[in-house]
Design a protein around this ligand. Structure first.
Ligand SMILES: Cc1cc2nc3c(=O)[nH]c(=O)nc-3n(C[C@H](O)[C@H](O)[C@H](O)COP(=O)(O)OP(=O)(O)OC[C@H]3O[C@@H](n4cnc5c(N)ncnc54)[C@H](O)[C@@H]3O)c2cc1C
Length: 411
């Protein structure tokens, strides 16, 4: 509820076309797309930009090959197939959004298996179905981490790439800085009005404002659940998929970006490499390890991760490494049987006149989410109406630090 204070002036009404709530990858990408289309849009963030999932992600822009490990193309693998090419254009300055300032950590991703690669997968990767998306790596082309006599398995190279997500968030936020505000929900509230539309009441710096907007778009990740509840929305419902990522800080010389395969249809472990300010690097471990590890204690998961790494990469000495874990939840629209969604989601919230709820479901699919929101606005005939920039009595949020910069302290 907004705080009431004697010093707060009477309520002023202000307008803008679209208000986005939540400044992760989804909200920031959408802000760009809406501004490009002439909407006067603003974004409200309650913590730091990129908090929660975006900076905790592995930064992989993938083309879906990791969803084909059963040996079949699937809805998930095909929905995403064009995305690496799309993002590459943005990174080169030729795409929908100029991402030339974003740091590319790797322009490829590997997939490796020990000697017992299933022959079904080998045949599938050699087939026309995956042509142009995956290549077998010869011994001479092996990444440095695998150029050891102990390695006897197979390595494939995918067109996927890996971005440094804090630099992506910074790059998206910088040009639209004046449209991004820090919201404090202790002194602000969503208010249903007589016509069924919602407005946002903001009390700050001695001012009380009622912000009216043609549409409110919720891109607050996990926060969408609470916002939808506050709005009294009857749909959509959200699901949370818990993970616990593992971080290994070490002085091993090689960076690596790849999936380690086991016998399952999801990667046994997914490794991305990130530099710390102190010059060391962190291997950030996800995949099945992080999914199964969600219910383990941090200590149990670290034991498990140490065994996995000793089995998958026995020649790598991690005896002096520091280990940490990061519990984090993936927020998505509810699926039947709690399945992993294939596509970005955006739709009008039930029982609300002017609220859209959206989840990209993958960093890679943030552009698709923006396209879907634009289509929803077009279909409802919502056009740009307000041209003056909106100045709110609110400060600007910072950028969330990556977990590898904060989880190890000074030790
Ligand atoms: C461990 C992990 C690894 C992943 N790896 C990959 C990967 O390699 N590739 C890939 O494509 N996808 C990956 N994903 C998925 C991807 O990270 C997410 O789909 C994507 O980041 C979601 O973005 P978002 O903007 O919707 O939400 P978030 O990144 O969660 O951002 C939500 C924002 O909203 C703000 N917020 C919350 N509540 C409120 C509120 N009430 N008011 C205002 N602001 C609010 C938060 O502070 C935050 O800044 C990964 C996810 C996880 C968890």
């Amino acid at each position: 509820m907004p705080a009431s204070s004697d010093s707060v002036k009477a309520r002023d009404k202000v307008q803008t076309d679209i208000t986005i709530i939540g400044g992760g990858i989804a909200g920031l990408w959408l802000l760009h797309r809406l501004c490009q289309r002439g909407y006067n849009a603003i974004l409200l963030e309650s913590k730091a930009l990129g908090s929660e999932q975006s900076v905790a992600s592995q930064g992989m822009i993938h083309g879906g090959i990791k969803y084909t490990l059963s040996g079949l193309l699937t809805g998930a693998s095909e929905a995403i197939a064009d995305m690496p090419g799309y993002w590459r254009q943005c990174l080169q300055g030729d795409g929908e959004i100029d991402l030339r300032g974003c740091k590319l950590l790797s322009d490829h991703f590997y997939l490796w298996s020990s000697a017992k690669a299933t022959s079904r997968l080998t045949t599938f990767f050699a087939s026309k179905a995956t042509r142009g998306r995956v290549d077998k790596v010869t011994d001479a082309q092996l990444p440095p981490l695998f150029q050891v006599p102990e390695f006897k398995g197979s390595v494939y190279k995918l067109v996927d790439m890996v971005l440094d997500v804090p630099s992506l968030v910074r790059q998206l936020a910088a040009p639209l800085h004046s449209r991004i505000f820090q919201i404090d929900w202790q002194t602000s509230a969503l208010k249903r009005q007589a016509d069924g539309c919602h407005a946002i009441e903001i009390v700050s710096r001695g001012q009380r404002l009622e912000l009216n907007t043609s549409a409110i778009v919720l891109t607050a990740g996990r926060g969408n659940g609470e916002l939808l509840k506050q709005l009294g929305a009857s749909s959509p419902a959200m699901q949370l998929r818990p993970l616990q990522q593992v971080l290994v800080k070490h002085r091993h010389p090689h960076q690596f970006f790849g999936h380690g395969l086991g016998g399952e249809t999801t990667p046994r472990v997914t490794i991305s490499s990130h530099s710390c300010d102190d010059g060391s690097q962190v291997w950030y471990l996800g995949g099945s390890l992080a999914e199964k590890g969600a219910s383990q204690s941090s200590g149990e998961l670290i034991d498990c991760a140490q065994r996995e790494m000793a089995e998958l990469l026995p020649w790598v000495d991690l005896s002096k490494a520091q280990w940490a874990t990061l519990p984090v939840e993936r927020a998505e629209p509810l699926q039947r049987h709690f399945a992993r969604p294939d596509q970005a989601y955006a739709d009008w919230a039930g029982n609300c006149q002017n609220v859209i709820a959206a989840w990209p479901t993958k960093l890679t699919l943030a552009p698709n989410l923006a396209t879907q929101v634009v289509a929803l606005l077009d279909n409802k005939g919502i056009k740009p109406r307000y041209s003056s920039p909106l100045i709110l009595p609110l400060s600007s949020p910072g950028i969330a630090p990556a977990p590898w910069q904060t989880l190890f302290g000074d030790a």
